[in-house]
Design a protein around this ligand. Structure first.
Ligand SMILES: [Zn+2]
Ligand SMILES: [Zn+2]
Length: 272
């Protein structure tokens, strides 16, 4: 019996004797099946290959990003937020080995794991078991959990305070239960958005998509609702899942970006 991992999205599936027939995460409009077909691996195989390691970057006081090199699956980062002895792992990556566990324990371990949406569920149960931490997932995305676990806590509503200064907000859009994390540190409000919102090339604007690989936009009223919701959160800085950061004035940049996006959808941005 193995917990097979899809090579394209990096999401681990429930225990089975044979490779699953399809990956539920990849086989729908927001993701894609590789042109080479569906293929699988396991965490044991990834470790035994000695091909991968996790790289830690100290971003700022109380924050590390972690990514797997070479890139595996979708290639997102995970973030370890060290907040008043309550460490939160925001989003998750597939690869985890002894070295990663040791390093994170040196940084205070993990008290809670919170997920933005199904594309980053990766091997979240392995992480939760290694650190004895609960996983917080919005109940609206329950159907996308491919490896069930007692560690998973399905939360309801639009907001969940994990700790003083750490709040999850359901934003919707990319997925029904799509969630972002607000971190009020000693200096400022910081927002972690996964790919519910993404920072674009110049780090001055963001975008909001139903599907990034398939270039499918979100409707104007959904983007307006997401932006209104984000307007109620105090933040100055924003980190996306691919290590793109808006370092200053992020609140304002999000509002301007939503206006530009909606104008484009409504045909008001172009000189045609
Ligand atoms: Zn997949
Ligand atoms: Zn996604």
């Amino acid at each position: 019996m193995s917990y097979f991992i899809c090579n394209t999205c990096g999401v681990q599936h429930d225990q089975s004797t044979q490779e699953p027939n399809e990956c539920k995460i990849c086989n729908e409009a927001r993701q894609y099946v590789s042109v080479n077909g569906q293929s699988w691996t396991t965490l044991e195989q990834l470790i035994q290959s000695k091909r991968y390691k996790n790289e830690f970057t100290h971003e700022e006081e109380g924050l590390h990003s972690i990514k797997t090199v070479p890139s595996f699956g979708i290639g997102q980062n995970t973030y370890l937020i060290q907040h008043e002895k309550f460490n939160v792992l925001w989003d998750c990556i597939t690869y985890i080995d002894k070295e990663t566990i040791t390093k994170i324990n040196e940084l205070g371990g993990i008290q809670a794991i919170a997920l933005s949406h199904p594309h980053y569920y990766s091997s979240q149960v392995e992480w939760a078991e290694a650190f004895k931490a609960p996983i917080y997932i919005h109940e609206d995305d329950k159907e996308w959990v491919t490896r069930p676990s007692k560690q998973i806590v399905f939360w309801k509503g639009d907001q969940l305070k994990l700790h003083e200064g750490i709040v999850l907000h359901r934003l919707g859009g990319h997925f029904k239960g799509a969630t972002i994390l607000e971190w009020q540190n000693k200096k400022e409000g910081v927002l972690f958005v996964g790919d519910i919102v993404r920072v674009v090339a110049d780090r001055q604007w963001v975008t909001f998509m139903y599907s990034y690989p398939n270039f499918i936009p979100l409707p104007a009223n959904t983007v307006a609702r997401m932006a209104n919701r984000m307007n109620t959160i105090q933040f100055n800085k924003l980190y996306d899942a691919f290590h793109r950061v808006i370092s200053d004035d992020a609140q304002n940049r999000v509002q301007l970006s939503a206006k530009r996006y909606i104008a484009a959808l409504e045909g008001n941005l172009f000189n045609t």
